[in-house]
Design a protein around this ligand. Structure first.
Ligand code: M6R
Length: 361
C-alpha cells in the first residue's frame, strides 16, 4: 500500500531514512563477510564498476570515492557499453555490477563477459537471489525493502551508502585513510538517516514551490563537477523519466564547449555543488550561465554563502562529507522531479514507455 502517500515514489522518497538504516544494519550483521570482500577489492589491480540508469550513477559516485580515497584505478562504465571496454580485463581485475532489480539484461551481460575473462565479479542488488547476484562470484544486498515506483529513489541512496561503506574500508585496509578518519566517516554514515529526515522536513514544501518555476520549461541543464556530476546525472534522469522535461547533465566545465549555445533567457540550469573545492571551480560556470539570462538554481553546502547572491534560486544544504553527500544532496533532486511531474499532471509511478525492470537488450 501507499501508506497514506499519494504515490509510491513519494512514499519511497520518505522511506529513505529507514532504507539507509536497514542497509547499515545488514552491513554490520555481515561484518566478516563484508570484510573479506573489502580485502579482495583492496588487492585488485583495477576495478570496473558497471550498471544502468540510476545504478550507474551510484557506481559513478563509488568510482570517484575509490579513486580518491583508496588510490585504486576504477573505471565507471554504463553496462550496455561495458562490452567495448573489456578487452584487457583479466584475473587480477574486479567488476562490480550494480542492479537494483538484479535482472537488467545489459548488466547481466557485462557480468557474464567479465567472468568469461576471469575477473572476479561482485553484484550489488536489492533483490535477493535475482539473476545478477546468482551469476556473480559475490553478492551483496542493499536490503532497502521492495521498491515499487519505476523511478529508483531509496534503492539509490541505499546503493550509495553500501558503496561508501566499502570505499571507506578499502581505503582503511590500503592505509590510504587514517584509522581515525575512517571511523569518523563510518559514524557520519550512521547519522545519515537523521540527516535525510531533516532534509525532507525542511525542504519538501520549498521544493514543491520551486517545481512551479520549472513546470512549464521544455529543457534544463544539470551541471556539476566531481561528485556533483553523478548527482546532476541522477537529477536529470529523474526529471526526464517522470516529468518529461528534456534534461541534460553535463560536467560544468564542459558546458562552455558547446551546450551553452542553447542557453537563453529563462533556460534553467541546475548546479549541484558537493564541496567547497567544487564551489571554487563552479562559480565561473554559474556566472557564464547568468550572463546569458539563465534561470540558475543551485544545490550547495550552506557554508558557501556567496552562492546565494549568485543564483536565482538557492537550495542551501547541510554540510556533508564526500561519503554522505550523495545520499543527502540527491533528495532535493528527487523531490523536484516528483513535484514537477505531479504539477504537470502526470503519474510519477507510471512513466510512459518505461518498465521497472528492463530485460531486453
Ligand atoms: O534494476 P536496475 O538497477 O538494474 O535498473 C537500472 C535502470 O533501468 C534503472 O535505474 C532506471 O534507470 C530507473 N527507472 C531510474 O529511475
Amino acid at each position: 500500500s501507499k501508506g497514506g502517500y499519494r504515490h509510491y515514489m513519494l512514499k519511497e522518497i520518505h522511506e529513505q531514512p529507514y532504507a539507509v538504516s536497514m542497509t547499515l544494519s545488514s552491513l554490520s550483521e555481515n561484518i566478516e563477510y563484508i570484510d573479506s570482500v573489502v580485502k579482495l577489492i583492496a588487492k585488485a589491480d583495477r576495478v570496473i564498476i558497471t550498471g544502468a540508469g540510476t545504478s550507474f550513477h551510484a557506481g559513478y559516485i563509488a568510482a570517484l570515492l575509490l579513486n580518491r580515497y583508496a588510490d585504486i584505478f576504477v573505471l565507471p562504465i554504463i553496462s550496455s557499453e561495458a562490452m567495448w571496454w573489456m578487452n584487457s580485463v583479466g584475473e587480477k581485475d574486479i567488476v562490480i555490477a550494480i542492479s537494483q532489480s538484479g535482472e537488467t539484461i545489459d548488466t547481466l551481460k557485462a557480468v557474464r563477459e567479465a567472468r568469461r575473462r576471469g575477473a572476479l565479479t561482485i553484484a550489488i542488488s536489492n533483490v535477493l537471489d535475482s539473476t545478477i547476484p546468482r551469476e556473480s562470484d559475490i553478492a551483496l544486498y542493499t536490503n532497502a525493502g521492495p521498491e515499487i515506483g519505476v523511478a529508483a529513489t531509496k534503492t539509490f541512496t541505499a546503493q550509495v551508502v553500501l558503496l561508501s561503506y566499502l570505499a571507506i574500508n578499502v581505503a582503511r585496509y590500503r592505509n590510504t585513510l587514517r584509522e581515525s578518519e575512517a571511523i569518523e566517516y563510518i559514524n557520519s554514515l550512521k547519522n545519515l538517516p537523521t540527516q535525510i529526515r531533516n532534509v525532507l522536513n525542511i525542504y519538501e514544501a520549498r521544493i514543491a514551490s520551486i517545481a512551479n518555476e520549472i513546470r512549464d520549461k521544455q529543457n534544463a541543464f544539470f551541471l556539476g563537477r566531481g561528485l556533483g556530476l553523478p548527482l546532476s546525472m541522477e537529477g536529470a534522469l529523474k526529471l526526464k523519466e517522470i516529468a518529461y522535461i528534456h534534461a541534460e547533465a553535463y560536467p560544468a566545465g564542459e558546458s562552455k564547449h558547446g551546450p551553452i549555445a542553447l542557453v537563453e533567457e529563462g533556460f534553467p540550469t541546475i548546479f549541484t555543488i558537493a564541496s567547497s573545492v567544487e564551489g571554487e571551480l563552479i562559480r565561473s560556470n554559474i556566472e557564464e550561465m547568468k550572463a546569458r539570462g539563465s534561470m540558475t538554481i543551485a544545490v550547495y553546502p550552506k557554508n558557501l554563502e556567496d552562492i546565494e547572491k549568485l543564483v536565482r534560486i538557492s537550495i542551501k544544504m547541510p554540510i556533508a562529507n564526500d561519503f554522505t553527500v550523495g545520499a543527502l544532496y540527491i533528495v532535493p533532486h528527487q523531490l523536484l522531479a516528483y513535484y514537477t511531474s505531479v504539477k504537470r499532471g502526470f503519474d510519477p509511478d507510471k512513466p510512459r514507455n518505461l518498465a521497472k525492470t528492463v530485460t531486453v537488450f
